[in-house]
Design a protein around this ligand. Structure first.
Ligand SMILES: Nc1ncnc2c1ncn2[C@@H]1O[C@H](COP(=O)(O)OP(=O)(O)OP(=O)(O)O)[C@@H](O)[C@H]1O
Length: 264
């Protein structure tokens, strides 16, 4: 359940950020006097996948939390489209190991989602067969699909996914990002992704924002991959490898990741 920071404006001031669903405007935040974000502006629009990348400790999760109203910025504003529904999958989601909890029960826990809706959303993320499995028995990739299904059950306008491919191998990460791209194509929701899996995730992104306390560079993946600031942060090898994986979004994907249509 989201709480709202006092300076989240739910108003028409989004004009400043165009048709954004959610935007940060010159946001700064410090913890115990240590600056973590400095004058950061970012916006996520309907139907686009924006990926936030940056080294460990760059402030990515903090920025997501500020955008969601879970942390109050020291200065700057967060602007949210009126009535916006957000599905948030945080980086860590501890599941009580002592208490038995099936996937089906987890889907209902504090959500008020019906059994049918829960099963529909599990099917959408390819996790329908897991409904009776215990949460503690899920693999890393299965766990992420269940978390994603739970976020989708809110019928969100915007998905915020913090490191969804953490604890997932390379092939599993590619499948997961194909799934996220397919969900975006079907639902036309906005997606804010936080990731370290640069060469997989950049191919699934419309826009990349490279953060290291401040925004170092941003733009379409190819632009960011060639940017000197990106190369400085991640090294020329990382930048070169992106050329192999970059693709234009001129098609959509099925749940299995297969190309299944033209023109997203
Ligand atoms: N509530 C807090 N109190 C104090 N310091 C914090 C708090 N939240 C975050 N920080 C600090 O802010 C910095 C940025 O953390 P954050 O988790 O946003 O980075 P990140 O880019 O998401 O990192 P990672 O890629 O390792 O997950 C870190 O130095 C972290 O210790």
């Amino acid at each position: 359940m989201l709480t709202r920071a006092s300076n989240v404006a739910q108003d028409d001031a989004l004009g400043a950020a165009g048709s954004a669903l959610l935007a940060a405007d010159d946001v700064s935040i410090s913890f115990r006097g240590k600056p973590v974000l400095e004058t950061v502006s970012i916006a996520v629009h309907e139907g686009e996948i924006v990926t936030l990348i940056g080294p460990n400790g760059a402030g990515k999760t903090t920025l997501a939390r500020v955008l969601l109203g879970l942390a109050a910025p020291t200065s700057g504003r967060v602007l949210r489209r009126s009535g916006l529904t957000v599905g948030y999958v945080p980086q860590r989601f501890p599941v009580e190991r002592i208490m038995p909890l099936s996937v089906q029960r987890f889907m209902h826990l504090n959500t008020g989602v019906s059994k049918e809706r829960a099963l529909e959303c599990l099917a959408e993320t390819g996790a329908a067969a897991l409904a009776d499995v215990q949460m503690t028995d899920l693999s890393g990739g299965e766990f992420q699909r269940v978390l994603l299904a739970r976020a989708l059950a809110r019928d969100p306008d915007l998905l915020v996914l913090d490191e969804p491919a953490r604890a997932v191998d390379f092939a599993g990460a590619a499948q997961l990002y194909a799934l996220i791209a397919a969900i975006r194509a079907r639902r036309r929701c906005g997606v804010l992704l936080i990731s370290h899996d640069l060469h997989v995730v950049l191919g699934a992104s419309d826009r990349v924002v490279c953060l290291n306390r401040h925004i170092c560079c941003e733009g379409v993946p190819q632009h960011v991959a060639a940017h000197p600031e990106y190369m400085r942060l991640f090294g020329p090898e990382a930048a070169a490898s992106l050329g192999i994986y970059g693709h234009r979004h001129d098609h959509t994907h099925s749940l299995s990741g297969d190309v299944c249509g033209e023109g997203t």
